[in-house]
Design a protein around this ligand. Sequence first.
Ligand code: HEC
Length: 176
Amino acid sequence: MLLRLFQGLGIAIIAIVFEGLLFLYLNSSDASSLAQFGSGGAPAPHTAMPHPRPAAAVRVPVPAGLETPEAVQAGAHLFRENCVSCHGAPGIAPAAQGMNPAPPNLLLAGRRNDPAEVFPKVKNGIPGTAMPAWSDQLPDQNIWSLAAFLHHSRGIQADAFEALSTTEADASPEGH
Ligand code: HEC
């Protein structure tokens, strides 16, 4: 009888811990997609704080050999399609204005753009800012291509960006 009780209690505790972890996991992506909708309206109460971002950046393991020419080019195309409207690019002014914080110019030569940090920021968005989560629109492979491009092509010039982001990908394998 008492044994049953303890067994039941053990299972209940495991279930609660598991639910807690699941909640944290799901919440991390939910919160960022909500930030998309919050960006247009009145500022949320917590934006009154000067630095709503957590101090330590989230980092994820980076796949080996990330920055292939194909990934960089795919990333340039994806960036042109999805990101330039807010972030701009060399030779292209951002169309969207008035965001606070403002979207940084991600292609300046002095940027770090560490793929380990760029990937989670793009996938999950940046809560409390206009930076949306892309996990619903872009598969992880595309987000890695964006991370490859943003790291590899820092400091790219306007004409080079134009060429890289508009030319069709070469279908023939390398060396042929
Ligand atoms: C609706 C506007 C908007 C769009 C579209 C957008 N971003 Fe952003 N992004 C922002 C804003 C605003 C910030 C600044 C957030 C901050 O200061 O924390 C940001 C920040 C970032 C950062 C972090 C920069 C840093 O210094 O840490 C990265 C990386 C990034 N965006 C990548 C992208 C990529 C890649 C895309 C396209 C797939 C994209 N963004 C599309 C608005 C946007």
